[in-house]
Design a protein around this ligand. Structure first.
Ligand code: SAH
Length: 231
């Protein structure tokens, strides 16, 4: 998978994506990162890329002509996304879809955002990390790419852990325990040390359902609906 990133802060990449599983996958070229500095396409002495909004109001807007030049230089294949609180909220399903995509391009906004016309011209889709406002798209993108890259075939060592983790089966993950078995008089649930695999599986499933029902009734509703549909 090739990832093009258009940003005013290229030094923020790979950032946390250079570490652990995802960083190892980058070093092994299981995915590729092409970072483009939008400022390189500025047409003026001050290297500015923004201007005041027509109609007045606070803040600055990123200029469409400069972003357009940056995008042309990338010649993106496939969908372009703009990190934006107005977009559809990113979720595990999006990560799964992206992990199967050969090339993705992302525009990270700064200031008050970008001129609407560049979004229209390039049919850019907006994607949000959640209902809050960041100062720039970069931290949102780092989060989304971390979630995506670990799902690329061969990145995570144990493929089973992908199937069992939160959201993959529509449920939150069951509680996990490791050694010591008795820690400050808190014991590990007995069933987990029983060696009885079917019982362990059943206990984990029940715990997953219970946790989802109490913590995320919205997810639980969806899970029940999908169960009825036989999904
Ligand atoms: N004026 C905008 C917010 C601009 S925040 C508004 O009210 O909608 C500056 C930049 O941060 C945006 O251009 C966007 O790229 C990024 N950003 C802010 N919040 C975000 C979120 N929840 N998800 C993804 N990107 C976000």
């Amino acid at each position: 998978m090739k990832v093009n990133v258009l940003t005013l802060y290229p030094e923020m990449f790979p950032g946390c994506l250079g570490y652990s599983l995802v960083g190892k996958a980058l070093a092994e070229k299981k995915w590729e990162l092409n970072v483009v500095n939008i400022r390189d396409f500025s047409d003026n002495h001050y290297k500015s890329v923004d201007d005041t909004p027509f109609g007045g109001g606070a803040g600055m807007i990123m200029r469409p002509d400069i972003l357009d030049k940056a995008l042309t230089s990338v010649n993106p294949q496939g969908q372009i996304y703009y990190l934006s609180p107005r977009g559809e909220t990113f979720c595990q399903t999006t990560a799964q879809k992206w992990a199967q995509t050969p090339e993705l391009t992302f525009v990270c906004g700064r200031f008050e955002g970008v001129d609407e016309r560049v979004l229209e011209k390039w049919s850019i889709q907006e994607i949000s990390v959640g209902d809050f406002v960041l100062s720039g798209g970069e931290p949102a993108l780092l989060t989304m790419l971390d979630a995506t890259v670990r799902l690329i075939d061969g990145v995570l060592g144990n493929a089973e852990s992908i199937q069992e983790e939160s959201f993959s089966n529509g449920l939150l993950e069951y509680p996990q325990y490791t050694k010591p078995q008795n820690w400050e008089n808190r014991l590990v649930p007995e069933v987990l040390t029983s060696g009885h695999h079917a019982k362990i599986k059943q206990w984990r499933h029940e715990q997953s359902e219970l946790l989802t029902k109490t913590r995320r009734p919205d997810l639980y509703e969806k899970y029940l609906t999908n169960l009825k549909k036989g999904k």
